[in-house]
Design a protein around this ligand. Structure first.
Ligand code: ADP
Length: 527
C-alpha cells in the first residue's frame, strides 16, 4: 500500500497560494499536467507517486520561504535537483501528494578551482552545464559522468551515482556542502563550519563529526551548494577492451581484475557488462528478434557475432603520463593474459588529439536507448546490490539474478562494476510499460531480487522510490521482536530531531518522520 499525503484541510492549496504570493505565479506548477510531468515517467502506475505539484525556487532565499511555508502548512516537500533520477523514480516523491521542490533553477557554478581540482555547484547545474564550462576553460579538469548524463551533478553525487571514470564514485568525491535544514537555516559541512574557512572544499578532515555523507541518500536537509573533486586532466589515456564468451566466465573476469584494482594498477572500477545492455544501445530488440518471450540463445549469439562483443564485456582505461600508463597497461595485460586471453591492442589518446576520442567523462544520453528494448513506452528499473569482490560470489549472484529475470519473462541485463574490495552489481530491468504481463511481473521480480540479496547478506547501494521501505527493512541488524533495525531507529531519532514537522522528503530511503510512522504520532495524515 502506498501512503498518500492528503489535503483534507486544504493545506496544500493554501500552501501553493502562499508560494505564489511569495515567489510569483510562475514558480508554482500544480495543474494536472504538472503533476504528471513530475511523476515517475517510468512507473507502471503514474498515480502511485504522483506529487501534488511542484514549486521551483530560483534562489536560496526563495527556497527558505518555501521551507518556512511548508512548516507553517505542514506540507511534505520532495527536493530534486534536476529530477532525472530515472530507474529510481525520476522526479517523483516516495509519498504521493508531496510537493516537489524543483531546484533546477539554481544553476550557478560558484567556483571551478583548476589548481586544486574541484568545483562548487548549485543543485540545478547539469553534467552538460559543467562540461560546457570546463570545455570553455580548455578541459583542465575532467568530470566523471553516469551513463545517462541528463541529470544534475549534485543530485547524482548525493545519490552516490556511479560513472566508469577514476572519480566514478561520485558520492565519494563530495567535499563540503551547504545545506538548508528543515527550519530554513543554512549549515556548512566540514571545515566550511568556520566562517571564512579557506579549506571547505579541499579536505574532508575536520573537527568533530563529518556530515557530508549524512546528507547523501537522506532526508535530513536540502543541499544548496556542493563541492566536488574533479580529476586533473591527464597527459594521455590508454584503453583496452576485453570480452568473455560465456555467461559462466564472469567469475574468472572478476577474480582477474579486482586484485589489480586493489593495487592501484587500474585507475577505475571496470564493469563487466552483459551483451544485452550493449545491444540495447545499438537498437531495440526487434532489430534482431520479432518474437515473444525471452530472447532465444541463438539470437543472442548472432547479436554478439554481429556486434563483435562477448557475453561479458569490459573496458580498462588508464590515465596519466604516457610512460606510466603504458607500463601499467603492460603489467595489467600480462597479469590478465592467463585468465582473459591475449593482450588486446591498446588505444592511445594524447593531449591535442580529438577530445571525443579520450576517456574523459563526456556527457551523453546514449544509455537511455535501453528503454526502447521492448518497444512501446519503455522504462527501466535499477536493482543495485553491493557484493564482495569475489568471482565465485559474483557468478552465483549473476546466476540467481538471471534465473529471476527469466522467470519474470525479462531478458537479463546486468553490469558488475569491479572495485578493489567490493562490486556494485547494477541490473537494469527493461520493460514496456504498456505490457500487461510485465506490469505484473516486474514488481514481483524486484521483490524477489531484494529478498535474495538480503538472504546472501548483500545490501543495495540505491533503490527505486517504490522499494525504499523494503530495502530499508533488510537493514535489520539489532532489530528487536520484529521491529525495525538499529539503523532505522537511529535514522528515525535523527529525523524527528532535525525535522520535527516531518516536512522533508518523508519516506526517502525508508526514513519516515513521526507523523507518518505507524504509532509514531496521533497526527498521522490520512487519505
Ligand atoms: P538527477 O536529476 O541528477 O538525476 P535528482 O534531482 O532526480 O537527480 O535527484 C535524485 C534524488 O536525490 C532526489 O529524488 C532527491 O531524493 C535527492 N536530491 C536531489 N537533489 C537534492 C538536494 N539538492 N538536496 C537534497 N536531496 C536531493
Amino acid at each position: 500500500m502506498h501512503k498518500v499525503a492528503t489535503d483534507d484541510r486544504g493545506a496544500i492549496g493554501t500552501f501553493f497560494k502562499a508560494c505564489e504570493a511569495a515567489l510569483g505565479m510562475d514558480r508554482v506548477q500544480a495543474l494536472a499536467q504538472d503533476r504528471m510531468a513530475y511523476t515517475d515517467q517510468m512507473g507502471f502506475d503514474a498515480t502511485a507517486h504522483e506529487p501534488a505539484g511542484a514549486v521551483a525556487p530560483r534562489s536560496v532565499e526563495e527556497l527558505r520561504q518555501v521551507v518556512r511555508l511548508a512548516n507553517a502548512h505542514e506540507v511534505a516537500l520532495w527536493p530534486v535537483s534536476r529530477g532525472k533520477n530515472f530507474g529510481y523514480g525520476g522526479a517523483a516523491p516516495v509519498l504521493a501528494g508531496s510537493v516537489v521542490v524543483d531546484l533546477s533553477g539554481l544553476k550557478r557554478i560558484h567556483e571551478i578551482d583548476v589548481k586544486r581540482g574541484f568545483c562548487v555547484v548549485e543543485p540545478g547545474v547539469g553534467f552538460y552545464d559543467l562540461y560546457d564550462e570546463l570545455a570553455r576553460l580548455g578541459h583542465p579538469l575532467w568530470m566523471s559522468v553516469p551513463g545517462n548524463a541528463w541529470g544534475s551533478v549534485a543530485g547524482n553525487a548525493l545519490e552516490r551515482g556511479k560513472g566508469p571514470q577514476p572519480y566514478g564514485d561520485h558520492g565519494a568525491q563530495i567535499c563540503g556542502l551547504e545545506v538548508m535544514l528543515a527550519d530554513g537555516s543554512l549549515v556548512r559541512t566540514g571545515t566550511g563550519a568556520m566562517a571564512g574557512s579557506k579549506t571547505w572544499h579541499l579536505s574532508r578532515d575536520t573537527y568533530g563529526p563529518a556530515w557530508d555523507q549524512m546528507f547523501c541518500q537522506s532526508n535530513f536537509g536540502i543541499v544548496t551548494r556542493l563541492g566536488l573533486w574533479l580529476m586533473p586532466a591527464p597527459e594521455a589515456t590508454l584503453s583496452m577492451d576485453y570480452a568473455l564468451a560465456e555467461p559462466g566466465d564472469l567469475a574468472r573476469g572478476v577474480d582477474a581484475i579486482y586484485p589489480l584494482r586493489q593495487r592501484g594498477l587500474i585507475d577505475h572500477d571496470p564493469a563487466w557488462v552483459s551483451y544485452v545492455g550493449i545491444a540495447s544501445f545499438v537498437g531495440p530488440r526487434r532489430t534482431w528478434y520479432e518474437g515473444e518471450g525471452l530472447l532465444p540463445e541463438e539470437v543472442g549469439a548472432q547479436i554478439r557475432r554481429q556486434l563483435g562483443i562477448g557475453w561479458w564485456n569490459a573496458q580498462l582505461n588508464f590515465y596519466g603520463h604516457e610512460e606510466v600508463i603504458r607500463a601499467k597497461a603492460r603489467v595489467v595485460a600480462d597479469a590478465l593474459e592467463k585468465a582473459l586471453g591475449p593482450r588486446p591492442e591498446p588505444r592511445l589518446w594524447r593531449q591535442g588529439d580529438d577530445f571525443g576520442a579520450s576517456h574523459a567523462g563526456i556527457p551523453s544520453t546514449r544509455d537511455m536507448m535501453m528503454i526502447d528494448w521492448y518497444g512501446g513506452r519503455g522504462g527501466h528499473l535499477g536493482f543495485s546490490p553491493i557484493l564482495p569482490a569475489d568471482g565465485a560470489l559474483a557468478q552465483a549472484q549473476f546466476e540467481r539474478t538471471r534465473a529471476r529475470f527469466e522467470a519474470a519473462g525479462i531478458d537479463y541485463y546486468g553490469a558488475f562494476s569491479v572495485g578493489g574490495r567490493a562490486i556494485i552489481s547494477i541490473n537494469e530491468i527493461l520493460y514496456d510499460r504498456d505490457d500487461v504481463a510485465m506490469a505484473k511481473s516486474v514488481p514481483v521480480l524486484m521483490n524477489r531480487l531484494i529478498e535474495d540479496a538480503a538472504r546472501e547478506g548483500y545490501a543495495e547501494y540505491r533503490t527505486h522510490i517504490d522499494a525504499m521501505d523494503r530495502v530499508a527493512a533488510t537493514l535489520d541488524y539489532g532489530a528487536r521482536e520484529g521491529g525495525p533495525g538499529a539503523m532505522a531507529r537511529l535514522n528515525a531519532l535523527l529525523k524527528d530531531a532535525i525535522d520535527p514537522n516531518g516536512i522533508l522528503a518523508p519516506g526517502k530511503q525508508g526514513i519516515w518522520p513521526a507523523r507518518y510512522r505507524e504509532g509514531g504520532s496521533a497526527r498521522v495524515l490520512r487519505p
